[in-house]
Design a protein around this ligand. Structure first.
Ligand SMILES: [Zn+2]
Ligand SMILES: [Zn+2]
Length: 351
């Protein structure tokens, strides 16, 4: 039997990929469906995708599959035929990344997880088999023309901050697992209203729609393929656009502009800005919004303190880095900082 994982070093695999001249297509897809034996499903999938020289990261759980992969473009048809031959994956929507060089992955990793999207739900009667109704861009537009429809953004606050749909409600938490009970409680007295949920690519709002039904909401919808697919559909079909600003995505651009409107503000000076950056001080690495002026003024740092740190000798910076947990380092309106400030660590270490 062929090995079900790689025995070659990461470094060598990456070098091999960079030498590859055949183009690759970068694809993402997900689907919620019951997988009784995720480990067996994983092994079978690995054997087949490895043969087709697919790279990337795939999560398999009892509740379904979530994949970000690259496929040699020459093998694409074969790949799709294989994927669609799997029960429940026939016709699954494949999101093809347009401006991608196909060099993001150099190894295939398929992992069995507890969930494909961590939700914190412990109630055993919760099931992904009862979900809300999918809506496409056109249906989304017409449903949201009704002022009684409630639109819910199921992304994190920093994603909402730079771009969102007209009249969308923000669920102010850092984590999806906290957002689920929070949104159900926020809308407790609106169980009979039309509720449309959306997220970046659809995987979170699909789960949220199932959760809302579980909590007794009656008319729950979710945007198929998320903002990414909506943006494509309005362009293709020349529909009116109800999304304003930028769609935040975790790639090098940290966001794709959908309209020219800048709806967020610089976290340092308050002027209109919607460019997310990571603080240059690697002991901090805070994700925040910074305008060009502040970028120059603070050398790309989130604060005067971090700016001081980056001008210290490297040895001293190393000491500072050691003391800091960078676990969840995102600018948050409610708790302006989620981490010890570098100067506190300096004080603590010198005390
Ligand atoms: Zn500024
Ligand atoms: Zn900083």
């Amino acid at each position: 039997m062929a090995p079900l994982h790689n025995r070659i070093s990461q470094k060598e695999l990456k070098e091999r990929l960079l030498k590859e001249t055949d183009p690759r297509t970068t694809i993402s897809f997900y689907r919620y469906f019951p997988i009784p034996d995720p480990a067996a499903f994983r092994d079978e999938l690995y054997k087949n995708l490895d043969t087709l020289k697919v790279f990337g990261r795939i999560y398999v759980a009892h509740e379904g599959i979530n994949a970000q992969i690259s496929v040699p473009s020459a093998n694409f048809d074969q790949f799709r035929t294989y994927l669609y031959s799997i029960t429940h994956l026939d016709g699954v929507r494949l999101n093809i990344a347009v401006d991608d060089d196909g060099k993001s992955f150099w190894v295939l990793k398929i992992k069995v997880r507890d969930k494909i999207v961590a939700d914190g739900i412990t109630d055993p009667s919760f099931s992904m088999e009862k979900k809300g109704h999918y809506v496409n861009a056109e249906q989304f537009n017409s449903l949201t023309n009704d002022p009684d429809t409630i639109v819910v953004d199921m992304r994190n606050h920093y994603e909402y901050e730079v771009g969102h749909f007209e009249n969308a409600i923000e669920v102010p938490s850092d984590t999806f697992r906290d957002q689920l009970p929070m949104v159900a409680n926020m809308l407790e007295d609106k169980k009979k209203k039309n509720i449309i949920m959306y997220c970046t690519g659809g995987i979170r709002c699909e789960k949220a729609s199932a959760y809302m039904l579980h909590r007794g909401f009656e008319n729950v919808f979710h945007l198929e393929g998320g903002i990414i697919n909506y943006a494509n559909q309005i362009k293709e079909d020349n529909l009116s656009n109800k999304f304003h600003g930028k769609n935040f995505v975790f790639d090098n651009r940290l966001g794709e502009r959908i309209t020219d409107e800048v709806i967020a503000k610089c976290h340092q000076c308050g002027k209109p800005a919607d460019t997310h950056v990571n603080c240059v001080n690697s002991a901090c690495h805070l994700l925040f919004i910074q305008c060009e002026e502040c970028k120059n003024k603070y050398d790309g740092c989130c604060s005067k303190e971090c700016q001081d740190v980056i001008h210290l000798p490297e040895e001293q910076q190393k000491v500072i880095r050691k003391g800091i947990d960078k676990g969840r380092n995102i600018f948050n309106k409610s708790k302006a900082r989620l981490r010890p400030r570098p100067q506190d660590v300096i004080k603590r270490d010198s005390a």
